[in-house]
Design a protein around this ligand. Structure first.
Ligand SMILES: Cc1cc2nc3c(=O)[nH]c(=O)nc-3n(C[C@H](O)[C@H](O)[C@H](O)COP(=O)(O)O)c2cc1C
Length: 224
């Protein structure tokens, strides 16, 4: 089949577009309004944008002619935390996606314990195994047929990883973490297996360095 999204001529019962770039990790974002009201919401149009400097990007649609609370909060306060969503936390992730009034604290709605961040004011989700403390960098606004989309870039200034989620080899134990990811429709998946592929190119060492993270002497790990 072939279809042109602008013509909406896919002829299928559901728009297939969101099922194409899959699986998508979920940024479970905590932010504070300028009056200090906590907001938590999931965003699967999300990825890391660069690693040096470490930046992430997520995109949020407009909402009823205005902004989603997450976007407004980040514009007002400059700070947010990306908490990793996991299979175990899936029901709480969904609960925090409900459209509620800006003065409602979704963490309370979902029964989430929040703990302080180190560098930014918005707190982190205690149960999430990995949290990234971010500051707003920039936004690209993309006009839509109904609402615009806001592509929000954040720079990562601090990363928390639960010690028991790091394996004896010093790598994130991704099967233990079991990150949650969005498919299309109402479907989700999680990471339950992986394979390791060793590069075979002419400059294998450089390739390995790039893919696996530069093996520089690391600075001492600070306390949690
Ligand atoms: C798993 C999941 C992923 C989502 N991803 C996005 C997304 O990438 N962009 C978006 O605009 N909304 C997304 N949503 C919907 C928002 O979470 C929802 O609109 C939420 O109410 C926004 O909250 P806020 O107004 O408190 O920022 C997603 C919902 C779920 C359950």
């Amino acid at each position: 089949m072939f279809y042109e999204p602008d013509k909406k001529n896919h002829g299928l019962p559901h728009n297939p577009f969101k099922s194409i770039c899959v699986p998508r990790p979920i940024a479970w974002i905590s932010s504070l309004s300028k009056d200090g009201v906590l907001n938590v919401a999931p965003f699967s149009q999300f990825t890391n944008l660069s690693y040096d400097p470490p930046c992430i990007v997520f995109s949020a649609g407009g909402f009823r002619g205005g902004l989603k609370d997450t976007v407004r909060n980040i514009w007002e306060t400059n700070e947010f935390v990306v908490n990793m969503a996991t299979w175990e936390l899936r029901e709480k992730v969904e609960l925090t996606s409900q459209p509620v009034e800006p003065d409602v604290d979704e963490a309370k709605v979902a029964g989430l314990e929040m703990i302080p961040s180190r560098l930014v004011k918005p707190p982190r989700i205690a149960a999430s195994p990995v949290q990234m403390e971010c500051r707003y960098h920039s936004c690209l606004q993309i006009p839509g047929n109904h609402e615009p989309h806001y592509l929000m870039v954040g720079r990562v200034h601090g990363v928390h990883i639960k010690d028991d989620m790091i394996g004896p080899d010093g790598k994130l134990d991704i099967l233990k973490i079991r990150p949650l990811a969005r498919l299309g429709y109402l479907d989700y998946t999680s990471v339950e297996s992986f394979i390791t592929m060793v590069p075979t190119g002419p400059n294998v060492e450089a390739q390995i360095r790039g893919l696996s993270g530069t093996p520089q002497p690391s600075t001492p790990v600070t306390a949690k």
